[in-house]
Structures are given as C-alpha cells and as structure tokens.
Ligand binder design. Structure first.
Ligand SMILES: [Zn+2]
Length: 96
C-alpha cells in the first residue's frame, strides 16, 4: 500500500506543469512503493513513496499551492515561456 488513502486521487502533474490546468488523476495501481495514476487526458504518472513521507492530507482536491502553481504556469505559457523556463520560475517562487 504505497501512498495510502490520501493518495487515491492526485492533481495530474503533466496537465499542471505542461498546461497549467488542474485535472484529477485517479490511482489505477497501488504498489508496494510506487502508485500509478491516470488522468482524464490519459497521462500516466508513477509516484514512488520509497523514503518519502506519506501525505497526511488528501492530494485531491487541489491545494492552494497547486492552484498557485497552475496560475504561474498559465501566466508563463501566455508569455511564451518554454517548459524549462516555467519550471525554473516555479523553483524561484518556491512552488517546486
Ligand atoms: Zn493529465
């Protein structure tokens, strides 16, 4: 039981970091250490919880931080930033 009850649904990281959209991804496979998720747009994401702290709050619905992240990504993309620039901006803002 990898991420536990709080990791049943997550914000799809591909949608969030690539498009600035908040889309739910449901867990499709719960492993010993790694959970697999699939979002409505068919992005598959694996999260390894090995050595990580398990979430103490449900990861869905989106947190304030996720919403802030979405806002920044949308803004940067509108300015024509590429993916690396977007990620750097998120690091600068302590969102990543
Ligand atoms: Zn997605």
């Amino acid at each position: 039981m990898a991420g536990g009850e709080n990791a049943k649904s997550i914000v799809c990281p591909t949608c969030l970091y690539r498009t600035g959209q908040i889309v739910v991804a449901e867990r499709t496979n719960e492993g010993q250490e790694t959970d697999w998720f699939l979002c409505e747009r068919q992005h598959k994401t694996g999260i390894s919880w090995d050595g990580e702290e398990l979430p103490t709050q449900p990861l869905w619905p989106a947190s304030q931080k996720d919403k802030q992240t979405a806002h920044v990504v949308t803004d940067e993309l509108a300015k024509g930033a590429d993916h690396n620039t977007v990620m750097k901006r998120l690091v600068e803002l302590n969102l990543l």
